[in-house]
Ligand binder design. Structure first.
Ligand SMILES: NC(=O)c1ccc[n+]([C@@H]2O[C@H](COP(=O)([O-])OP(=O)(O)OC[C@H]3O[C@@H](n4cnc5c(N)ncnc54)[C@H](OP(=O)(O)O)[C@@H]3O)[C@@H](O)[C@H]2O)c1
Length: 281
């Protein structure tokens, strides 16, 4: 599949909010000299930056089928990723319907590593994880040429915001993760994988890529890393899960995200984020 005959590569969620995988993928594809259509929700400074970098910027809502049809039309390669939210499954099935109609030749689907441990008999209480699991099922039924990306928790867009403020203000990591180990992956590394697949998808079609970082460690280990990097003592405080949930509710996170985070903590305590995929860096 060459850039010459299959139009622009569509990147959804390109403005970037947390992990900003779509924004980084846009930059990496442009660096390779490939034509990129970046889908954003709003005409703001992030859209202007994408345009200045050389992307064709298109506005649209992934929950609106007509918008999705408009932005996918003319593209044969697509990256599908969107903020974790209640409409995730609807958006991904809408994308699948449109991609079939338009004749997409490679659809890179952002999923989550937890899905690899899920089945009909063994789901999790996180609505986001369930939606990713269902979305992978629906994409498989669609018959589309899909490449599935299953990263573990993102370092920059997720893990650092969860730990950073308490480290800054109180010199403590405050999370209900027990002694569970976790292995965050850089969202930039995830974007590198997505860009490499989009640039030359043929050998990747049908594959599932599980992505972790290089080291799995518990929060005591992470606290030691903070201490070394900041040159001051940072400790880990294994707080009660109920206290954390109360705090998440207090700051007003959407229920969808609160349920996801509470589940993540539970899975961390149970050692389910103690994963490591092959790494040669
Ligand atoms: N964070 C993690 O630790 C982690 C780990 C593994 C997998 N993942 C998966 O990675 C994906 C999120 O990736 P990310 O962190 O790169 O995303 P992100 O930075 O949060 O960006 C997602 C973008 O999606 C856009 N968006 C949201 N709703 C939309 C809609 N209805 N129509 C069009 N655009 C919409 C947002 O636009 P606005 O900025 O305008 O709101 C945002 O820019 C999710 O599938 C998540 O499950 C995340």
């Amino acid at each position: 599949m060459s850039a010459g005959n299959d139009g622009s590569i569509l990147v959804t969620g390109a403005a970037g909010q947390l992990g900003a995988v779509g924004r980084t993928v846009t930059g990496l594809l442009l660096e390779r000299g490939l034509p990129v259509r970046s889908m954003v929700r709003l005409e703001d400074e992030r859209a202007a930056a994408l345009r200045a970098a050389g992307a064709e910027v298109v506005l649209g809502n992934l929950l609106e089928p007509a918008d999705v049809y408009r932005v996918v039309s003319g593209c044969r390669r697509v990256y599908f990723g969107m903020s974790q939210s209640a409409g995730y499954l609807e958006a991904s099935v809408t994308m699948a319907a449109v991609a079939r109609e338009v004749g997409v030749k490679a659809l890179v689907n952002m999923s989550q590593m937890t899905v690899s441990q899920m089945s009909i008999q063994n789901t999790t209480p996180s609505p986001q994880q369930r939606q990713h699991w269902l979305s992978e099922q629906a994409l498989a039924w669609s018959g589309l040429p899909v490449i599935t990306i299953r990263p573990t928790v993102f370092l920059e867009g997720f893990f650092l915001p969860l730990t950073g403020p308490a480290v800054r203000e109180r010199g403590r990591i405050e999370l209900p993760f027990g002694r569970g180990k976790t292995n965050p992956v850089s969202a930039v590394d995830v974007a590198r994988v997505v860009a490499a697949v989009l640039a030359d998808p043929v050998s990747h079609l049908g594959r599932i890529y599980e992505l972790t970082g290089p080291r799995s460690q518990d929060m005591y280990g992470v606290a030691r890393e903070y201490s070394d990097a900041l040159n001051r003592e940072v400790t880990y405080s294994d707080i009660a899960p109920e206290d954390w949930e109360r705090e998440l509710n207090r700051v007003g996170l959407p229920e969808h995200l609160t349920r996801h985070l509470v589940t993540m903590a539970e899975l961390n305590r149970a050692g389910r984020y103690d994963r490591r995929t092959a790494w040669s860096g």
